[in-house]
Design a protein around this ligand. Structure first.
Ligand SMILES: [Zn+2]
Length: 405
């Protein structure tokens, strides 16, 4: 490691001279990449994890030197080499598994780190090569398809704003990678928070994918905090559900045909209700309504089905979830093509996420609270209500979602 570092430093001297004599060699390796120019909502203090990092590593956050890097062939080669080296040398491990604490920003420890650790390590090495720190800023982003938060290093260059990402060995252009930008370090040491109404998602591509770009899954799974998203993003996420639901033959199709829809719902729920974004989809079984009702009456053990009645009077049970076999039961007429049917699946998916997330509830009724909340929110996307679709009024809802003394 020491030898390697020395070799880097030796190369750094050569590189510095290359930078200063680079006129006439201006290369734009990434085609046309513009400088990142997203609307800024707010200029704020750095994230607390970054402040901690800066305190522990004095001088390593001093944004000295030119703020724009001259994008020459030697610079590009060095950046490329460092990007690849760090990506291959450091083993990706989400923070909580080895730091014993969530969200620690540090250099990789014993060759392990997560996304911001990769980014910080790349900057440290590039500074050793003589590149100005002020041109290399940390950024927090959100992956458009994996729907998980992420951190990358941004290089402000004469070839545009470039992205160094632990998920890619290619140097990306900020606008062409799959990221929504949340905030970014500024050369003055403060951070810009971007206007999130520009965020967009690609939920159609997420089917079957586990969000693993960074610690994000851990973040969502462990904390389960609902993210505040704009109405526009909300629409896009729900459009992902509708797109999946509108696909032909969801019913009676081979196993797994519902996975896209289930994943889209899980994602939507994790954003709106802070439920864990765990993409371990449940089994789905279809039975005639009479059979579901009969099972309900017989109260079949040991599956411990949790039944959902579709009307206010409780006598028409249309779906159920088993915490034991992690199975959703739907009636065999369900085709997922109308708001009521979709909302029923949303309801049961809440119970599934509560189960796989290991959530504890005071009583069965408190589990129902989140399920009905989500169901009502799904109906609201179509301008419908629980009352209109299922005859479930405020009083019925209160009775179903409050623990009895
Ligand atoms: Zn329920």
């Amino acid at each position: 490691m020491k030898n390697q570092r020395r070799a880097f430093q030796a190369a750094g001297v050569a590189l510095l001279s290359a930078i200063s004599s680079a006129e006439g060699h201006d290369l734009n390796a990434s085609g046309t990449c513009a400088p990142l120019n997203l609307p800024i909502a707010q200029v704020t203090a750095p994230p607390t994890q970054y402040i901690d990092f800066c305190r522990l590593n004095p001088g390593h956050c001093n944004m000295t030197g030119p703020t724009i890097l001259y994008w020459t062939a030697p610079v590009r080669q060095t950046v490329d080499r460092v990007n690849r080296a760090v990506n291959s040398e450091v083993v990706f491990v989400p923070d909580p598994e080895w730091q014993g604490e969530e969200e620690v920003w540090s250099y990789p420890v014993n060759g392990r780190g997560d996304c911001e650790d990769f980014a910080l390590e790349k900057r440290r090495r590039l500074v050793e090569f003589g590149l100005p720190r002020a041109s290399m800023t940390m950024a927090i982003a959100h992956h458009k398809a994996k729907l998980s938060s992420h951190a990358v290093l941004l290089l402000e260059t004469t070839g545009g704003t470039l992205v160094l990402d632990n998920m890619s060995d290619e140097i990306g252009c900020w606008g062409r990678v799959q990221l929504n930008y949340e905030s970014r370090e500024r050369p003055d040491g403060r951070w810009s928070r971007f206007d999130q109404s520009y965020w967009n998602f690609e939920p159609a591509t997420i089917a079957g994918m586990r969000g693993h770009s960074c610690r994000a899954t851990a973040e969502v799974e462990r904390r389960g905090t609902a993210r505040k998203i704009t109405a526009h993003a909300q629409q896009q996420l729900f459009a992902g559900i509708q797109a999946e639901a509108s696909r032909a033959s969801l019913v009676g199709a081979p196993e797994g045909s519902l996975n896209g829809l289930l994943t889209a719902i899980a994602t939507w729920l994790s954003f709106n209700l802070g439920l864990p974004a765990i993409y371990e989809n449940p089994q789905v079984r279809f039975l005639p309504q009479e059979e579901i009702a009969a099972m309900h009456l017989a109260n079949l053990a040991p599956e411990r089905w949790n039944y959902t009645a579709a009307d206010g009077s409780r006598d028409k049970v249309v779906s159920a979830y088993s915490t034991l076999s992690r199975t959703i039961l739907l009636q065999d007429t369900w085709i997922g093509k109308n708001p009521a049917e979709l909302s029923i699946l949303v309801h049961e998916m809440v119970h599934h996420l509560q189960t796989v997330g290991g959530r504890k509830y005071e009583c069965a009724a408190t589990r129902e609270k989140a399920a009905y909340e989500a169901q009502a929110l799904a109906l609201a996307q179509f301008g419908r209500t629980l009352k209109e679709e299922f005859g479930i009024d405020e009083m019925t809802l209160l009775a179903r979602t409050t623990c009895s003394p």
